[in-house]
Design a binder for this molecule. Structure first.
Ligand SMILES: [Mg+2]
Length: 175
């Protein structure tokens, strides 16, 4: 299937890895062991646009983090799973409980813990600086690096393929 077909294939859910996708993947610690993560504001706006277009999201991170919870609250993301050992199993179960088809999910990841999930969902995306194996198995590799606005790129691509992007921009011009 061509990339444009995959992009428009009724994707209604974005499943997001955090480290290496919403951040650059580096783990920053302060002197007292407090964690610091750097998020890109453009990703935040892209999430708002995605929600405005009727899309939904879940966060699936392998690491426990209160910061992720806080950022998700800021962005109105209700479904947040951190400290996840098996991302595929979690999302599979999530889809079963919420009556979502895996084929309607797009997962964005950067590393091998994302591999199985990336293969099983409708659209598997890897960031440009992701693990070579993940890139090789992805339906799409972004031009953006992790933490530098990946979501901004992906949301525009999907909404464009679904024919919704221009309308959103036109609405913004009228405001
Ligand atoms: Mg990651």
């Amino acid at each position: 299937m061509a990339n444009s077909d995959l992009l428009s294939a009724e994707i209604g859910w974005l499943s997001l890895d955090v480290d290496g996708v919403l951040t650059d993947g580096r783990l920053y610690y302060g002197l007292k062991g407090e964690e610091i993560k750097v998020f890109h504001a453009r990703d935040g706006f892209a999430i708002k646009l995605w929600q405005q277009a009727g899309g939904d999201l879940l966060i699936v991170s392998g690491r426990h983090s209160d910061l992720v919870q806080r950022r998700a609250e800021e962005l109105g993301i209700q479904h947040v799973y951190t400290g996840v050992e098996d991302k595929f199993k979690l999302v599979q179960e999530f889809c079963r409980q919420n009556r979502v088809r895996l084929s309607h999910v797009c997962h964005i990841g950067d590393d091998l813990p994302d591999l199985r999930l990336l293969k099983e969902v409708g659209l598997g995306i890897c960031v440009s600086d992701g693990h070579p194996v993940l890139k090789a198995h992805a339906d799409l590799v972004t031009t953006t690096r992790g933490g530098e606005g990946v979501l901004s790129e992906v949301v525009e691509k999907i909404l464009t393929a679904q024919g919704l992007w221009d309308k959103l921009i036109q609405e913004m011009l009228k405001r």
